[in-house]
Design a protein around this ligand. Structure first.
Ligand SMILES: [Zn+2]
Length: 336
């Protein structure tokens, strides 16, 4: 039995240091019976039991939590987190879910939410749902926080959109692990780091460089280790080998804020610069050295010189096979 600070006994008015005991209590919540272990303070002087502050002493609150666990309801702090995610105040959030202005305040304080409210608050964690709620009921959000709320909502929608694009790219490049992708499973996060690492060693890079440097790297790594870096596929292009479906990948890199690009005034495509640092921890020292070597050797070449080099030297490139995938079987003859 643990003791606590001195408390005033409500029965005998003695200032006592009560014992704390635990009791099993049955509580009915929405017609369901819950058995909870609740704490009680026991007065030394008169032996009467009384409650203290804190959820451990609150059998209703404990039973509500049991109910939440059983029915997969949000907990008070979940409601608060969802609200704060959007920089909403309690009043505005209550109005957005078409409820009384005090509703969210009560839920955050521990009141058991109504089932329909639980569902809508849960769904409102998705910014697209929140946007619909707001579009349907603009006046719900009080003027003082409207700007902050709209900014948060916009940022969350953009984030969500980025994730969607990421999933689309991931599934579009999730090829069968065969000789055409160097037996590597494509991973969009890894690919982002890979491109950022190349750009970290040499920038800016033209579209041609962005399409050919990964090709050399993937084939050289395959030559050494039997597996490529990225799992990307390469096709026979008019001017040598090229990253297959490169425009999808480069658009993604740009739209998701990984790189920025501008028209390449000296060539036909664009030039790219990185917008952030790579996470190099995903590469071994050997990998990083190879990326550095290739980036520093091919990066400074002119677009035309790089085209000529691949056109003349790259094994497996055959102008009669334009558009066809290049097998990594050719890797054994690739050199820088
Ligand atoms: Zn007492």
């Amino acid at each position: 039995m643990k003791t606590v600070e001195k408390e005033l006994c409500p029965d005998c008015d003695e200032l006592t240091t009560p014992d704390i005991i635990e009791k099993e209590v049955k509580v009915t919540v929405r017609k369901e019976e819950y058995c909870v272990i609740v704490k009680r303070a026991v007065c030394w002087a008169c032996n009467s039991e009384f409650g203290l502050s804190g959820i451990d002493f609150d059998e209703a609150a404990l039973a509500y939590n049991e109910y939440r666990r059983k029915h997969n309801y949000l907990f008070p702090e979940d409601v608060k987190n969802i609200r704060e995610k959007y920089a909403l105040n309690q009043k505005s959030f209550s109005r957005l879910i078409n409820s009384g202005e005090n509703t969210i305040h009560l839920y955050e304080k521990g009141g058991l939410q109504d089932g329909a409210h639980n569902e809508i608050i849960k769904q409102a964690e998705n910014p697209e749902v929140m946007k619909n709620l707001y579009d349907d009921n603009n006046d719900a959000v009080t003027m003082d926080i409207r700007q902050a709320f709209e900014e948060k909502l916009k940022a969350l929608l953009e984030e969500k959109n980025k994730n969607k694009m990421r999933e689309i790219i991931q599934s579009a490049f999730d090829f069968k692990q065969d000789i055409y992708c160097g037996y590597k499973k494509f991973d969009i996060e890894y690919f982002i780091n890979f491109m950022l690492t190349i750009l970290g060693f040499y920038k800016p890079l033209s579209t041609t460089h962005m399409g050919k440097i990964p090709c050399y790297l993937d084939f050289l790594k395959f030559k050494n280790e039997g597996v490529s870096f990225t799992g990307c596929r390469y096709v026979v292009g008019k001017y040598g080998p090229f990253l297959n479906d490169y425009s999808k990948l480069f658009c993604f890199l740009k739209d998701s804020g990984v790189v920025d690009s501008d028209i390449d005034i000296s060539g036909s495509g664009e030039i790219y610069v990185p917008l952030r640092q790579p996470d190099m921890s995903v590469f071994s020292k050997k990998d990083a050295d190879l990326i550095k070597e290739v980036a520093l050797k091919l990066g400074p070449m002119s677009t035309q010189a790089l085209k000529n080099k691949t056109h003349n030297e790259f094994p497996g490139w055959d102008e009669n096979k334009i558009g066809q995938l290049i097998s990594f079987e050719n890797a054994r003859n690739v050199r820088l």
